[in-house]
Write a protein that binds this ligand. Structure first.
Ligand code: HEC
Length: 180
């Protein structure tokens, strides 16, 4: 009896090995395909500046949901030092580091959002029919809570930069003032 069982066991082993190999092959194939899909997705995202910027804002939202509100992703000491020296220069830097440049041009060219050229002091008309002058207060609100008022002709695609410090918002505004 025992011998018979042994025989059956050894007789089964080659096909079990085969099955094992097939399973490993399938797992490798799934892993490989997932890797390729993720790689393509990441590549596509980095190619699309608007999307990359949006991802940046998702990151900041994650930060604020962890209770890190009103803290910028920039180094606070560095921001304070640069602000002392030149708010415009700091604004120029933040325009690039927060990805504003992905959606706002400086030369009047159309992009995802309105160009910053000559923006400060202009009269702005919104989707809901209201209007306002682009003063300091307007700039701060547009940067922090962009979705509250949508500029006519555009959609709600600007992320809310509600985590920027007062210094950063002022610096960005001072910089935009110089774009004329
Ligand atoms: C993903 C694209 C995107 C990014 C990134 C972005 N914006 Fe915007 N922004 C828009 C769009 C679209 C509008 C117009 C719709 C609206 O009013 O929200 C807009 C509107 C504005 C306005 C009002 C403009 C006007 O013509 O009245 C200001 C000011 C502004 N953005 C500043 C900024 C600053 C500063 C940054 C970076 C900290 C930034 N934006 C990043 C898309 C973007």
């Amino acid at each position: 009896m025992l011998e018979k069982k042994e025989k059956i066991k050894t007789g089964e082993s080659p096909s079990a090995k085969k099955k094992g190999k097939i399973i490993i092959f399938i797992l490798l194939a799934i892993f490989g395909l997932t890797f390729i899909v993720v790689a393509i997705f990441m590549f596509a995202m980095t190619r699309d500046p608007a999307h990359a910027a949006m991802m940046g804002s998702h990151f900041s939202k994650m930060r604020s949901s962890f209770g890190m509100t009103n803290k910028s992703i920039e180094n606070e000491d560095e921001v304070a030092a640069l602000f002392e020296k030149s708010p415009v220069e700091l604004g120029r830097r933040l325009y690039a580091s927060y990805g504003c440049n992905a959606c706002h041009t400086l030369d009047g060219a159309l992009s995802v959002g309105p160009s910053f050229l000559g923006l400060f002091g202009k009269n702005r008309v919104f989707k809901d029919g209201t209007s306002a002058k682009a003063d300091e207060d307007y700039m701060a609100k547009s940067i922090r809570y962009s979705k509250d008022r949508i500029v006519l002709g555009y959609n709600r695609s600007m992320p809310s930069f509600d985590y920027l410090s007062d210094k950063e918002v002022t610096a960005l505004t001072e910089y935009i003032k110089t774009i004329k």
